[in-house]
Design a protein around this ligand. Sequence first.
Ligand code: GLY
Length: 376
Amino acid sequence: MTDPLQRVPVDLGGRSYDILVGPNALGALGETLSPLLARPFAVIVTDENVAKCHLAKTKDALGAAGIACEAIILPAGEATKSFAQLEALTGQLLELGVERDDIVIALGGGVIGDLTGFAAATLRRGIRFVQVPTSLLAQVDSSVGGKTAINVPQGKNLIGAFHQPSLVIGDVSLLGTLVPRQLRAGYAEVVKYGVLGDLEFFEWLEENGAALLSQGQNVVPLMAYAVTHSCEAKAKIVAADEREGGMRALLNLGHTFGHALEAATGYSDRLFHGEGVAIGMGLALDLSARLGHCSADCGQRLRAHLKAVGLPATLGDIEGSPLGAAELLVHMRQDKKVAQGKLTLILNHSIGESFIEKDVPADVIFELLITSGATT
Ligand code: GLY
């Protein structure tokens, strides 16, 4: 017997779509996709690593529904989110005869999803695409909500488009092949949904987080619950504010600090994105306490949970020499939420209640970073 799939609708009028979550959701790809196709043909875009683990199963799922497919396999890694790979990918899609009404399938983590989504947004002035996220981070965050982009030397995700997928397939059984550190980093984004808007979910994670990350078959139902719940939280925010005019910025909790930490560590294996978000959320809670918005216990409670699941929780948990507060502030000033030169941060009244704070004083952030272990 197969477990039933959870359906999470993303309500965006004419651009609405479903996220299907559950073990073996990938098996339902063909039958779910069929009614959306103009002809029984689709192109899968993936990377070398994901292709080894999941491409055959994806082709089988399409084949079982009578859908012919081609696959484009790109190099794995963040460097693939580039103009060069966008040019190569769009060229291959055109050579494969992809038409205006066809659908492209992004099979992979955030890099493949963001690049394929952006290629789909621009190919023939916009074709449809489907997300089949294979990392936890992509299943709970990047595959949902239609942000697509590539990186340029000036920064990450600076060239892109809002382009919603037509369907998202969140197959939690695919997460079993992830390396534990990568899974844990994705888990930080799950924790984010609890911290930003749902104390009860945070408490559930305190109870179940360590088991959730143990990657046995028996944790699949827990993972299905966590992914479904995260997608519901994100779908609600995206439906209310698709283009980030307001509350969608709440999804940025921990990211202003996190992005600065990633930049200061050279976007290297020293710190994964989710790890930066984990440390960043702790700093955001401490900053909230310093500014009198919440009690100091909030940051301590979050860090206790992050440590319990093996995530870095403080600046001191980043290997190598300490980072400089002044340099981190320079990176924070590059944040997309900076408006008229003022720093905007996502702060908290408590765990489970975030808000947007405009014009946060830089000197308070500087002092916080120093007391948290940064050098001057
Ligand atoms: N990852 C943040 C957003 O989708 O808005």
